[in-house]
Write a protein that binds this ligand. Sequence first.
Ligand code: TXA
Ligand code: MG
Length: 334
Amino acid sequence: MRQSLAMLSADDPGAAARAAALLAGGDLVAMPTETVYGLCALAASDAAVAKIFAAKGRPARNPLIVHGADVDAIRAICVLSPLAERLAQHFWPGPLTIVARRRADAAVSRLASAGGDTLAVRVPAAQPFRDVAARVGPIVAPSANRSGRVSATSAAAVAEELGGRVALIVDGGPSPIGVESTVIAMVDTPRILRPGAIAQAAIEAVIGPLTAASASASADTAASAPLASPGLLASHYAPRARLRLDVAASDVRADEGWLAFGNEASAAPAARTVRLSDARDLDEAARGLYAGLRTLDAMGVAVIAVSPIPGEGIGAAIRDRLARAAAPRPEDDM
Ligand code: TXA
Ligand code: MG
């Protein structure tokens, strides 16, 4: 049975208390973060964490990010190296996820770390998320989409993905960043596992240059590289339509949907064109990326052509997500 959909505005003064009460009772709640919407559960509860894997249809070997209210909450569950501390001081609260060694006595379900001895952790900037974490303790929150599908950057997109499977959706409007956090392993040599909201250059400005191998999670090798992280499956972030990447405006076909970057015209009609940024602004493009894919997908087009998007700054994350969305899907093997 589907539950009826409960939604509360993030500005509602009772939203944090309601979300906290549901989480404490073992329910799932969707809440906005500054990156994308998260599907939240109490990290300490095996039963609640198991519900996340079931609701998303997520493979059990793909671990979850644990979100804390502050750095102390994170230090209580994992060991931050001196370099990791430096990153935490600089980027938290914010969209950087650090993979660190899990403390033996961490009150975090083993399911969340897929049985491994590390934890992916971050302190999100968004309210009321942090307020809720301060009330109930660490919260696991993958992106609020069905596994392998396009991430949700609005409450409506969460409802579309997981509507009957969450007790409450907190509506904070469109996600201000629009792509997920950058994931960096800080267990041995620092290594970016997933490009994201924080650019590699910004990280290097704090902890020095990463080696070439460390920055290897680049978009264009995503489909062929060995799994850098258990969850880095090649096909991900995928709409139903097929994607054709790096297509110049002059090569877009009249029957395709077009995810455009810039203001050129193409053979695709305006009704089937979503413009990520007329001014070629990468932050604006990141904000609109997932909504654009959803919009074109909902039109039922077979193929979405995507403009070339530069790989600098947050462009690396955009290119990574597009490469995964375009990668061969499991059903292609059948
Ligand atoms: O911005 C974000 O990070 C969003 C918001 C909701 O916080 N969350 C998010 O979660 O994107 P999810 O589950 O969609 O992606 C988490 C990524 C996956 O690629 C997973 O494999 C990786 O982090 N990960 C989690 N724990 C890990 C670990 N212990 N070691 C290596 N990678 C890990
Ligand atoms: Mg995800």
